[in-house]
Design a protein around this ligand. Structure first.
Ligand SMILES: [Zn+2]
Length: 240
């Protein structure tokens, strides 16, 4: 359990020990639309603790931790750039960029197949390949929403009525080259990413957004299970 927290500590350490370094790096090689803020990792740690508390049958403690993880700063981080993706464009028409193609030239498979998703997840782990934040499968959020409806609010398509952390950490499968530009729905073109990096990118290219192609960096999976331990635990659905 201790090793799982290495991720958050190292992220925070780099911010504390080398202020400004991250900005310098990103100016040269921007990885994502937004740089993750410290609250993201606080919320992540709280969710992780909530899952552990739940699995130890400490339901009141789990509920409190889930409520604390619903942070306004996380909501704002995720939603500002998510709502109007066209505002994220920095270079409207990059030279030699991919273009929208007629429908008959697109991959007939729009959404990656289940086997492709499994392989991509095994390769990338539960971590956004663009901004690097942890991600959680929607099934896990649905499970916690059913167990703790007051602490994990979720109303589809009403962002302000969704739990900020589960909204932010919502696991997505992104086509790096947009499907509408001829990007394939296979392992070579699909990466794990967070909600902001997926919805904020829409079907723009990484060059239009002025971010590096995540495939030029090797995946850096961390020891974080995306709270999948809740799905596997025998007591997952039980709450007395
Ligand atoms: Zn991301």
């Amino acid at each position: 359990m201790g090793r799982r927290h290495t991720f958050a500590r190292s992220e925070r350490l780099s911010e504390r020990e080398a202020p400004g370094l991250e900005m310098t790096t990103l100016t040269r090689d921007r990885h994502s639309i937004r740089v993750p803020i410290p609250e993201i990792f606080q919320a992540w740690e709280l969710l992780s603790q909530a899952a552990d508390a739940h699995l130890q049958d400490h339901f009141a403690e789990a509920e409190t931790l889930l409520i604390h993880a619903n942070m306004p700063a996380v909501y704002e981080w995720a939603w500002v750039d998510w709502q109007k993706p066209s505002l994220n464009i920095r270079i409207p028409r990059p030279e030699n960029d991919t273009k929208k193609l007629p429908k008959d030239q697109l991959d007939p498979i729009r959404a990656p197949k289940a086997a492709t998703k499994r392989n991509v997840l095994a390769r990338d782990g539960h971590r956004c390949r663009y901004c690097g934040i942890p991600v959680i499968d929607a099934d896990i959020r649905k499970l916690l929403h059913s167990l703790y409806p007051a602490a994990v609010p979720w109303v589809s398509s009403v962002p302000e009525k969704q739990h900020a952390a589960f909204s932010c950490f919502w696991l997505q499968y992104d086509h790096v080259v947009p499907h509408s530009h001829g990007g394939r729905s296979d392992e070579d073109n699909v990466v794990i990413c967070c909600a902001l990096c997926n919805f904020g990118k829409l079907d723009y290219t990484v060059r239009q957004l002025d971010i590096a192609d995540p495939r030029t960096r090797p995946p850096q999976p961390v020891e974080w299970d995306g709270l999948e331990r809740l799905r596997r635990a025998p007591s997952a659905g039980l709450r007395s």
